[in-house]
Design a protein around this ligand. Sequence first.
Ligand code: NIG
Length: 409
Amino acid sequence: YILPHRHLDPNKDETFVILRGAFGLVLFDDAAEVIEANDIAAGAGPLGLVRNASVVFEGDRIVSVAGAGQIADRRIDADGACVIPGFVDSHTHLVFAGDRGDEFAARMAGRPYEADGIRVSVAATRGATEAELLALAGGRRAEARRAGITTVEIKSGYGLDAHHEARCLRVARSFTGDTTFLGAHVVPAEFEGRTDDYVHHVCTDMLSAALPYARWIDAFCEVGAFDEHQSRAVLAAGRAAGLGLRLHANQLGHGPGVQLAVEMGCASADHCTYLSDDDIAALAGSDTVATFLPATDFSTRQPYPDARRVIDAGATVALATNCNPGSSYTTSMSFCIALAVRDMRMTPEEALSAATVGGASALRRGDVGRIAPGCRADLVVLEAPSYTHFVYRPGVPLIRSVIEAGSLT
Ligand code: NIG
């Protein structure tokens, strides 16, 4: 989609994008829709939609969003297509070995999802070399990029001892600065029946080993994993060590997770599948983003959360893939958007916003998730005239090209 330079005819509708110099100045011209997403909670509508506009960027940064016909040395022809910000996937577990397809098949035959399955991935991950984990995670990161994801958060959580958690985070660090220490994912077999001892281990030796590679700390606050008290202890230890906070909350049933996330000032409460009115009010009155992971509810046969209630209450929401081997083995944000619109009562605009600027809010990032001057030049050209096609044409590959930090990938 990169065309050689040519002179513009001001009387003619031109349709292409331009790169200039070694580092590039790029312009999408005459895209059917160029989108600037605003925070849903900002109240001015979820998207700032610009038609027949150009995105000009230089190096890895967007310089301007301007009218059609901007001069630049090279152009990428958007050819009547829709251009969106790169997706911001704020919740993934990309570092793991092994496969749990049999567990998934059993679930489709009626078996419930149980947190215990995590131990299967822990055994496989501990048994892999660091080079193998790097290759496996790298393959998944590349798959996600092809799906339009230009920013990704990656959690540990399949090592569950100091050495293996640090190793998983080191691998994750080679793909993103948004790495999350999830030692409190589940109690490993060697600590069976000694959850408090394990929590102490997480808060001391494991945290020290993880610290050089982690930006965030997280815990799975759920029956069968860690209770409110244990989760609070993990978050407090992480905060004392200088990490940002996030929490797996209310995935498998109602519980204290969301309220705890708000109380502790977590950047994000993730899953939010079961929300009471009090949970929604707490989210709406806080800076904690409600991050929905609908591919998980799909893959575990859970009900879908009612995002409409959460948005209408005024909370900020995000959508993420939760790519992991147990509950959501997908890198498709398009699929998540389709589910969010079809089954969670979000509009296409809200779902796209949640998958871009909403994810950025969940990661406390102001530099990604929007097409705006100063933001990183992360752009996705769709094989469609509108983002509505994510839902209108479910399952169809609609990502034509991906530009990450100013480079066509
Ligand atoms: O976010 N819920 C906890 N962790 C993952 C699932 C991990 C697994 O089953 O392997 C999740 O869904």
